[in-house]
Design a protein around this ligand. Structure first.
Ligand code: ADP
Ligand code: MG
Length: 679
């Protein structure tokens, strides 16, 4: 399916090809879309005396001397001059060949920013070329390409020029569609960007909002959308067990609850229920802010699978959370006659054997951690795989759970709300259900920022809070670099607080505790036997103790935004007014200050996520593979949101109405880059 020569490897020497490969250039077609970072105007020469002023200039000078100096550091210092004055060209890294090329008496044109140095005008690392007097100036602007060490811009320019001359740049957008989108032709856009005519205003080009750039970015985003969408459709086309309830298990679960579903929960369940009844695997993400009530929706989905005669698996990222789910699900479902199994890494071998046997035989629901996807875990009839806090798992792990059955349905859950623009590419291979309503009776959490110096007051406040019959979390500072140090800090905090709050029961939970110890602490806290729970971020996700209505986070400035939001979500779950105290130690860096401000001012998870995206960028936000970002070089998911939206619709129609154009489009823009998504 290749256009003429598009997938042909680049014709160049072995050595050159290696360098090109370093910057992702393998095929002739890759050269066409390797676009300039910026342009330099070498169509004019400026006299040295007039070349200052901050703008990059071209001067034409004759080398007077060239020496390598070693102080203050190794450098090549070239003195050169024209009729108007002298200039120093300074190189801190250079090859022997460059030294030879700049021998005394050589005439060169050098391009760069001229600064008034101590010894007069100077350029640092200018681009230069040797000329003879009267050599014609280039007629066009010089495109400056992204490159790598030892790969000259002029070499790239030449290769790309040749590729462009022989290329088939036939448009992959049908003409009428292209006009409707208000985009210029691709061939024109690419030729223009590689070689804009002299006199072109460089601002729009450098800012990349010129129509030619719009076209390029659109094409790139379209390729990304096509790729993700195609993967989604391929999976949709497979068969899956049809999960139609054969009894009233779900209804009985609902009847047994002390609350009714919110409208959002009921809508979500209706969507999921109808997906499960299809003969194709569901790939749905249930997204809802912290505390929105995702667990019960998942339990109802599990009921549908169970009642259809299949098994459901429920995987959570931490032992504490998995355990809590297990206890909750057992409490809900065992009275209704459902057999629930439990798998975690810390099970002793005898218990583990029993649970494994259950999963392979008559267990109807299997709850656990990553232990669920280990080798040796077999399911009798896995029909539905549920993954809680799915962003905590890697692609491979989610896939591994799916592989435990014969194409089971998949329900993923996340409390990390992904901003809409990012969601369009992150979730292009998923259907999304949003729980946009919190259960009634939630009290907003009062957030306070308190400087470290007032820690004593805060301890007093905790004591008062407990005296009113409620409980508190005290979250220890995050020490990312060292788990040992983290643990040590947690133990110290625990000891200090226990002393400061004598008379109260203070508990400690952290990641290094054995599973049964963790469980015992969490159970005691849930039962109200512990007043103040000192904890590391192990309590970050999912933990649900409604009577705990105060949270103190020490060194809040060290935490990420989504972490703070998740942590804060542990309180505000009961009828009492809740507070979250963020203790911080100055002086604060700019991002830390910004993060604290965002968390202080906002309680809406979506808004916080949007700000987080701005602060961190999409790659870090959801993990770079998931964001589909490896596929994007020119477009920016946030800045070019309108293009993403346009491309999403076009991808849909293109795949069904013009599959051959879609294929060519993908070839042109992605080629081998699509592999990036699979790693
Ligand atoms: P999350 O979406 O963060 O996973 P959970 O499923 O842990 O939220 O639910 C948070 C709390 O809200 C739990 O105690 C749960 O039992 C309760 N809850 C869920 N749905 C409702 C509802 N419709 N009405 C009242 N409480 C509910
Ligand atoms: Mg949850």
């Amino acid at each position: 399916m290749s256009e003429t020569g598009a997938s042909a490897p680049i014709r160049a020497s072995e050595a050159l090809r290696k360098k090109l490969a370093k910057i992702g250039l393998h095929r002739e077609a890759d050269l066409l879309v390797h676009l300039p970072l910026r342009y330099e105007d070498e169509t004019r020469v400026t006299p040295v005396a007039a070349a200052g002023g901050g703008e990059p200039r071209q001067v034409e000078v004759v080398v007077r001397s060239n020496e390598v100096q070693f102080r203050p550091r190794r450098q090549m210092v070239v003195r050169a001059a024209d009729d108007s004055g002298e200039i120093v060209l300074r190189f801190f890294s250079f090859y022997g060949s460059q030294q030879a090329a700049l021998a005394e008496g050589t005439r060169i044109r050098a391009f760069g920013e001229v600064r008034g140095g101590f010894f007069g005008a100077e350029m640092v690392h200018p681009r230069f070329r040797r000329v003879v007097e009267g050599d014609p100036l280039p007629a066009e602007l010089t495109p400056i390409y992204p490159s790598t060490a030892g790969l000259a811009n002029s070499a790239l320019q030449k290769l790309i020029g040749t590729a462009l001359a022989g290329a088939d740049l036939a448009d992959t957008l049908p003409d009428d569609l292209r006009r409707r989108l208000g985009l210029p032709e691709l061939a024109r856009s690419l030729r223009f960007l590689h070689a804009p005519p002299p006199g072109t205003a460089l601002d729009a080009l450098h800012a990349r909002n010129h129509p030619a750039w719009q076209r390029v970015k659109f094409d790139e985003v379209l390729a990304q959308q096509l790729s993700l969408r195609r993967a989604y459709l391929a999976r949709r086309a497979q068969g899956a067990p049809v999960l139609v309830a054969r009894d009233d298990l779900g209804a009985r679960l609902l009847d047994s609850l002390p609350f009714g579903l919110t409208g959002a929960q009921a809508r979500a369940m209706a969507e999921i229920g109808s997906d499960l009844a299809q003969p194709h695997p569901m790939q749905r993400l249930l997204q809802g802010d912290v505390g929105a009530g995702k667990t019960i929706v998942a339990a109802l989905a599990a009921c549908q699978a169970i009642s259809a005669g299949w098994q459901a698996a429920f995987m959570a990222p931490t032992e504490i959370l998995a355990e809590q789910h297990y206890l909750k699900l057992v409490g809900w479902l065992e009275p209704l006659g459902v057999k629930v199994a439990w798998l975690s890494g810390s099970l002793r071998s005898k218990a583990k054997r029993a649970q494994l046997a259950a999963a392979a035989a008559d267990a109807q629901l299997v709850v656990g951690t990553h232990a669920l996807i280990q080798e040796g875990v077999d399911f009798a009839r896995l029909g539905l795989a549920i993954v809680d806090e799915q962003h905590r798992f890697g692609v491979a792990q989610r896939l591994a759970l799916r592989k435990k059955g014969d194409n089971p349905h998949q329900l993923m859950m996340s409390a990390t709300p992904i901003p809409r623009t990012l969601a369009m590419s992150y979730y292009a291979d998923l259907d999304v259900t949003v729980l946009d309503e919190l259960p009634p009776g939630r009290t907003p959490v009062r957030t306070r920022l308190v400087a470290d110096g007032r820690r004593g007051d805060v301890v007093g406040f905790v004591g008062q809070h407990v005296a009113e019959g409620r409980q508190a979390y005290w979250v220890c500072p995050l020490i990312e670099e060292s788990e040992t140090l983290q643990l040590q800090t947690a133990e110290e905090t625990f000891a200090t607080l226990a002393a400061e709050l004598s008379g109260l029961t203070v508990g400690l939970v952290h990641g290094r505790l054995k599973a049964d110890e963790k469980q015992a602490v969490m159970a005691a806290f849930a039962a109200g036997q512990i007043d103040v729970l000192v904890a590391t971020t192990v309590i970050e996700v999912g933990v649900d103790v409604p009577n705990a209505s105060l949270m103190v986070i020490e060194h809040a400035e060290r935490f990420g935004l989504s972490q703070l939001h998740q942590l804060r979500g542990r309180v505000g779950r009961g009828a009492h007014e809740s507070s979250c105290i963020l203790l911080y130690a100055g002086p604060l860096g700019e991002t830390a200050r910004e993060r604290l401000k965002v968390i202080y001012e906002n309680s809406d998870g979506f808004e916080i996520a949007r700000r987080d995206l701005q602060l961190r960028g999409p790659g870090e936000f959801v993990g770079s593979r998931q964001s589909g970002v490896p596929l994007l070089r020119y477009a920016d998911l946030e800045l070019d949101a309108d293009l993403v939206e346009m491309a999403r619709g076009v991808a849909e129609t293109m795949l069904t109405e013009h599959p051959e154009l879609a294929e060519r489009h993908l070839q042109r823009w992605l080629g081998s880059r699509e592999e990036l998504l699979k790693s």
